[in-house]
Design a protein around this ligand. Structure first.
Ligand SMILES: *Cc1c(COP(=O)(O)O)cnc(C)c1O
Ligand SMILES: [Zn+2]
Length: 442
């Protein structure tokens, strides 16, 4: 069987483009593009056949199929040459049963998909492996691409730099000055990317990088890029696969530019179409209250959407006021009876701290999602018997300044109720013993 995919206009124009064309928007109407698979060809294999194939490849060594993304190659980029694939064995992150934390919220089954347990510490690896591999394929087929560029809130650039370094391709990274964590700045520097620190916000960096990419020799890696969505959608398949092919009731994901929620929805809809699942979970996008354009649109019944100027938030990777994938997100939220919830700076920090106390080590974006779950459980929207999966988007270790600020009680707008400070004492056994006895029951 030959499987194939093309780029189609998201708004429905009839034009189609090859996956190796340097193109980001429909030439007829300017809409975003969407990778469209030959679903009839994919339907030529039974649902059980796909599940067996995916299970057989899962976390094994046959290259590149041991990657969580490339193990689903036929659904991602079917006709890319294996030699073009740049992979760090991304995907396959653990689905953690957050038993103690979930029970503290009254939920029996709260699961956290740990996408931050990945090569560069965020889910961005899942999309970037596809994008950089696709560019290598373009170059192999004779396209004159000389570098790949992105604007970033910190994690996209880390992923781009790492995959480009592995492929020996130049990476250009545009970051908003002082708005990414130290780790996020150091990652692309260490991997040898050309890093520009611009005195603006993410939306400002985006304008510059789009202009740079106009002549086609610099390829644009931002999330308008539909190739990344194909890699990211494998998270939806993995979650169901890791639940022994059972569908959870909810999947909750923090959202900024909103490509990831669209990817989740796209993966779920493909599984439904091909019979791997018979129903869909409800999707929830969690936004920071200070960067909540989708939340505002949701409250208005999705009848009106207006970009906003995002305020500074601890959840810096989702500080986006004009999300490029807004229409994509609304489409999948409607298709899954989805909801949007928001979290204040205090709520997200508090959720992180309480979840950390149960052994996790969360980043602030996952905190936004955890806070959203708490609010939806309290409101009765999420039932206590429902099975909930939170997509954790990054590793807490990338956000040391946030953790430090919390435990020192130094975050603006946040009351650090669960701060834990080191106890400074002389190296005296009795003093240490007294400190222990004062804090831990005999
Ligand atoms: C990119 C990112 C997000 C937001 O994903 P979108 O696809 O832009 O909605 C959330 N959390 C982290 C840690 C990210 O890096
Ligand atoms: Zn179009």
């Amino acid at each position: 069987m030959t499987y194939s995919a093309k780029l189609a206009c998201f708004a429905g124009c009839p034009e189609r483009y090859a996956l190796d064309e340097v193109i980001y928007r429909c030439r007829a109407c300017g809409s975003l593009l969407d990778v469209e698979h030959d679903m009839d060809a994919l339907a030529g294999r039974s649902a059980a056949g796909w599940m067996n194939l995916f299970d057989r490849r899962w976390m094994r060594t046959e290259w590149p199929y041991g990657s969580g993304v490339w193990g689903k190659k036929e659904w991602v980029y079917p006709d890319i040459a294996d030699e073009s694939v740049v992979s760090f064995a991304e995907g396959g992150s653990n689905l953690l049963w957050a038993e103690r934390y979930g029970k503290s919220l009254g939920l029996d089954e709260l699961w956290v998909k740990q996408c931050g347990n990945s090569h560069t510490g965020s889910f961005k690896d899942l999309g970037m492996t596809v994008l950089v591999s696709a560019v290598r394929e373009m170059i192999r087929r004779g396209r004159p691409v000389r570098a790949i560029a992105c604007a970033s809130t910190g994690d996209t650039s880390a992923a781009l730099a790492a995959y480009c370094a592995a492929a020996d391709l130049p990476a250009l990274v545009l970051l908003p000055r002082d708005k990414v964590s130290i780790a996020q700045l150091l990652q692309p520097l260490a991997n040898g990317a050309l890093v520009f620190s611009l005195d603006t916000d993410f939306d400002g960096c985006m304008k510059v990088v789009q202009a740079l990419a106009e002549d086609g020799s610099i390829y644009l890696a931002n999330s308008m890029n539909s190739l990344r969505i194909e890699g990211q959608k494998t998270v939806a398949i993995e979650i169901v696969q890791q639940l022994d092919w059972e569908v959870p009731d909810w999947i909750v994901v923090p959202g900024g530019n909103l490509g990831n929620v669209y990817a989740l929805g796209k993966g779920l809809l493909a599984m439904q179409r091909l019979g791997l699942v018979s129903r869909l979970p409800r999707l929830c996008v969690a936004q920071a209250e200070r960067a909540n354009p989708l939340y505002r649109a949701f409250v208005a019944g999705f009848d009106s959407y207006a970009p906003i100027t995002a305020q500074a938030t601890l959840a810096s990777a989702i500080q986006i006021g004009n999300p490029v994938s807004i229409q994509r997100a609304i489409r999948v939220l409607k298709a899954t009876n989805g909801v949007v919830e928001q979290a204040s700076e205090h709520e997200l920090s508090d959720a992180v701290a309480r979840a950390d106390r149960t052994g996790m080590y969360n980043d602030p974006h996952t905190g936004v999602a955890l806070a959203a779950v708490e609010k939806l459980v309290r409101a009765g929207t999420i039932g206590r018997k429902e099975r909930v999966v939170v997509v954790s988007t990054a590793h807490g270790l990338k956000f040391t300044e946030f953790k430090r600020g919390y435990h020192l009680g130094a975050l603006e707008g946040v009351t650090s109720e669960h701060a834990n400070k080191p106890i400074e004492l002389a190296p005296d056994v009795d003093a240490v013993r007294r400190a222990i006895d004062a804090r831990i029951k005999a």
